[in-house]
Design a protein around this ligand. Structure first.
Ligand SMILES: *Cc1c(COP(=O)(O)O)cnc(C)c1O
Length: 376
C-alpha cells in the first residue's frame, strides 16, 4: 500500500538516540533545550518566545488557560478544524462558535470570521490547512480591531511562511506538531510560540505542575531541596531527550524534506492538470510558502468517494482532512457552512511524503487517469 503520509527516519536518528542512552539521562535535558533553540532560529525568533511540549494537542488545550479564555467567552473556530481544537474550547466550558472557510484552500478568511464575531468573542483558533497560510494581514487587522486574541494551529506548517515571516508567529500563540504523521517527526512532541515572553514563562510553569522551583537537582543548593511551592495547578507536558534526539536529526533534514515535497507537489500539478474533472489545489500567491503537507484535489463530478475506493483497491491510500466539526454529532453545533460542505464532499488528499518514488507517483497518476477514462 502506498501510504498517504509516512515518516522518513534513519540511522542518524538511531545513532543520536544511542548517545542519549549512553548519557544515562533520558528525561528533559540539554537536547530539549538545543531543539528549542534551533526551532526558535527557524522561526527567526529567540528561545524566550518558544517552549516545547509533549504534543500539539496539549498546546491547544493549554492555550485556553494561557490566553486567559474564560467559560463565559466565545471562541471562533473554522468548522474545518482538528478535533483537538474543538475539544479544547469545549473542555474549557467556553462557547465554540464555528465559521465557514474558503472552498478551495479550506482556510478561514477574515470575511468568514467577521460574520460570527460578537461582543463576547475573546479569541479565534485558526487552522492553517495543510500548512497553507491563511491571509494573515487581513485576519490580524480584523482581530486587532476587535481586540480578539489569535491562536494559530500551525501543526503541519513547519517551514510555512507568510510574507517572509514564519507561519505560527503572527498571533498571540502558535504551535507545531511532531507526531508520527507530520513532516518533522519524533514520535510525539510539539513546539509552542508565544508573542509575549511573560506568557511563555507562565506556560513553562503551567506545563510542569506550576512548580516554582524547577527540580531537586537544580535546587540542590537549598537546605531542604525536597520542599517546593506551586503557582497554579499545572499539567505535566514536556518533551524528553529521547524524542528531542530524533527531532534534532529530523530538523537537519528539513530542507531536504521540503525539496522532496515540492517535487511531489509539482509532479501532481504537471501530470493532473489536463484532467477536466479534477480541480488541483489552488495556486498560492507568491508571498506565501507552504509546507506541502497536503496535496488536496477536488473531484468535480461528485465521484470523490468512488475515486478514493478505486485507488485504495489498487494499493493507493488517500484520505480527507479535516472532517468538519459541525457534522460531528457529539458537538451539537449549529449553523450553515456551504463552503465546508462542498469541500468535505469533494476534496481528496493524495499521498505526499518524502519516500514516494517516481514509480509510486507514476502509478498514482496513471490510476487516477484510468479511473477518469472509465467513469468520468
Ligand atoms: C496533528 C495535528 C494536531 C495535533 O498534534 P499532536 O501533536 O498529535 O497532538 C493538531 N492540529 C492539526 C491541524 C494537526 O494536523
Amino acid at each position: 500500500m502506498i501510504n498517504v503520509y509516512q515518516p522518513s527516519l534513519g540511522k542518524e536518528e538511531l545513532d543520536r538516540i544511542s548517545q542519549v542512552f549512553e548519557s544515562n539521562w533520558i528525561g528533559k535535558g540539554k537536547l530539549v533545550s538545543e531543539f528549542e533553540a534551533k526551532y526558535a532560529e527557524l522561526l527567526k525568533t529567540d528561545s524566550k518566545h518558544v517552549l516545547s511540549t509533549n504534543c500539539c494537542s496539549e498546546g491547544l488545550f493549554s492555550s485556553m488557560h494561557l490566553c486567559d479564555i474564560k467559560p463565559e467567552d466565545e471562541v471562533v473556530l473554522p468548522t474545518i478544524s482538528f478535533v483537538g481544537a474543538a475539544n479544547s474550547i469545549c473542555a474549557n466550558g467556553s462557547k465554540m462558535v464555528l465559521c465557514d472557510v474558503d472552498p478551495r484552500t479550506l482556510n478561514a478568511r477574515a470575511e468568514d470570521i467577521e460574520k460570527v464575531i460578537t461582543d463576547k468573542t475573546k479569541a479565534i483558533l485558526l487552522l492553517h490547512f495543510g500548512g497553507i497560510p491563511c491571509e494573515m494581514d487581513e485576519i490580524m487587522e480584523l482581530a486587532n480591531s476587535h481586540n480578539i486574541k489569535v491562536i494559530e494551529d500551525c501543526a503541519a506548517g513547519v517551514c510555512s511562511s507568510y510574507k517572509g515571516k514564519a507561519l505560527g508567529t503572527f498571533g498571540d500563540m502558535g504551535m507545531w506538531s511532531f507526531d508520527a504523521m507530520k513532516i518533522l517527526v519524533c514520535g510525539d512532541g510539539a513546539m509552542l510560540y508565544f508573542k509575549d515572553e511573560e506568557v511563555r514563562e507562565k506556560a513553562e510553569k503551567w506545563l510542569y505542575f506550576g512548580l516554582e522551583t524547577k527540580s531537586g537537582y537544580e535546587n540542590s543548593v537549598a537546605q531542604k531541596w525536597w520542599e517546593f511551592d506551586i503557582s497554579c495547578f499545572g499539567h505535566r507536558a514536556i518533551m524528553n531527550d529521547v524524542t528531542a534526539a530524533m527531532a534534532l536529526e529530523q530538523f537537519k533534514k528539513l530542507p531536504l524534506f521540503m525539496e522532496k515535497r515540492k517535487v511531489v507537489n509539482d509532479f501532481y500539478d504537471e501530470n493532473l492538470k489536463d484532467l477536466s474533472w479534477i480541480d488541483l489545489p489552488p495556486v498560492l500567491p507568491e508571498y506565501v510558502k507552504s509546507s506541502y503537507y497536503f496535496y488536496h484535489i477536488q473531484v468535480k463530478n461528485g465521484k470523490r468517494d468512488e475515486l478514493a475506493t478505486y485507488l485504495r483497491e489498487r494499493g493507493i491510500y488517500t484520505t480527507y482532512r479535516y472532517f468538519p466539526i459541525h457534522r460531528v454529532k457529539g458537538y451539537h453545533a449549529v449553523g450553515n457552512f456551504p463552503n465546508a460542505e462542498f469541500a468535505t464532499d469533494n476534496t481528496l488528499c493524495l499521498p505526499i511524503h518524502q519516500s514516494l518514488t517516481s514509480d509510486d507517483l507514476g502509478l498514482i497518476v496513471d490510476t487516477i487517469k484510468e479511473f477518469g477514462k472509465k467513469f468520468c
